[in-house]
Design a binder for this molecule. Structure first.
Ligand SMILES: [Zn+2]
Ligand SMILES: [Zn+2]
Length: 282
């Protein structure tokens, strides 16, 4: 099986990466992708991927982490102001991903997108979601779509409470999406997203939360098996609502998908692995 989204680069897994990968492999999870959420976690994803067979990295700046740049822009840390304003700052931040992107273990740009969720628990004091932040997230998203296109990498799309923004950006930049594949990671149960995905060859990521989300169970029944990839989003979204989640738990998701689609676990495991290989050119 293939866990296409697992944050082994997060602090909670420090000292445990070896063990977590080993236990995952023991239950048949032999491929893992570690997405970055900012520059340090992207670099860490690459470092871990280099060490293990079957483990790959994605590099990217997550929309939630755009807040760090937003604060700097707001407090004028970037001085003197560049004539091109924030666009120059965004380009510089995104181009810092280019050097690590050349590593052969990097298979995607991610996770990137738009996130309008108001996080209660975040390292950022005074976290706020306002138009300025969303505008900056949009600039980052577009710039990173271009990066994926330039380096012919897959794109891992994060969308939280921001369907309209995400679909608009993808539609506007449609020509950039045509040379590589993308995935709606942790896809919400939404017909419009599914229709868009069908039309544009975008894969749908399914996570452990389908064990307790009836709306997602209903949704997954409608998603063709050819479009599905499995992911844990570890350490989050445990099928048992326990923290931290681990890639070995992807089997629980695969079993439920098999039950919902009335097919065998073997078929789900094989087809989703094949899909993930196609998505990430592995
Ligand atoms: Zn995400
Ligand atoms: Zn994630």
């Amino acid at each position: 099986m293939f866990d296409t989204h697992c944050h082994l680069n997060f602090q909670i897994f420090n000292e445990r990466v070896d063990e977590v990968i080993k236990t995952a492999k023991a239950v048949g999870v032999d491929k893992i992708i570690i997405p970055g959420t900012d520059l340090p976690t992207s670099k860490k994803a690459v470092r871990i991927a280099e060490k293990y067979e079957g483990v790959y990295a994605a590099v990217g700046i997550h929309p939630h982490h755009v807040f760090e740049v937003y604060l700097k822009v707001r407090h004028h840390v970037f001085r003197p102001p560049h004539p091109k304003g924030t666009q120059a700052i965004v380009s510089k931040q995104v181009s810092s991903l280019s050097s690590i992107l050349k590593n052969p273990k990097v298979v995607a740009i991610g996770e990137v997108g738009i996130d309008r969720h108001y996080y209660q628990r975040t390292k950022h004091e005074n976290y706020q979601v306002n138009q300025e932040l969303i505008d900056l997230q949009k600039q980052f998203f577009i710039e990173q779509i271009k990066l994926a296109n330039r380096y012919r990498k897959a794109l891992i799309i994060h969308n939280r409470e921001a369907k309209k923004d995400v679909l608009k950006i993808l539609t506007t930049n449609y020509q950039l999406l045509t040379t590589h594949f993308s995935v709606f990671h942790c896809c919400g149960p939404d017909e419009e997203l599914l229709d868009f995905a069908k039309k544009n060859n975008i894969f749908i990521g399914v996570d452990g939360d389908i064990t307790y989300r009836k709306d997602k169970q209903k949704f997954i029944k409608k998603v063709p098996l050819e479009m599905l990839v499995l992911e844990t989003d570890s350490p989050y979204l445990s099928p048992f609502k326990k923290f931290p989640n681990e890639p070995k738990n992807i089997k629980v998701t695969a079993e439920l998908v098999a039950k919902l689609k009335n097919i065998s676990l073997k078929e789900v495991a094989e087809k989703t692995t094949e899909n993930a290989r196609k998505l990430f050119f592995i």
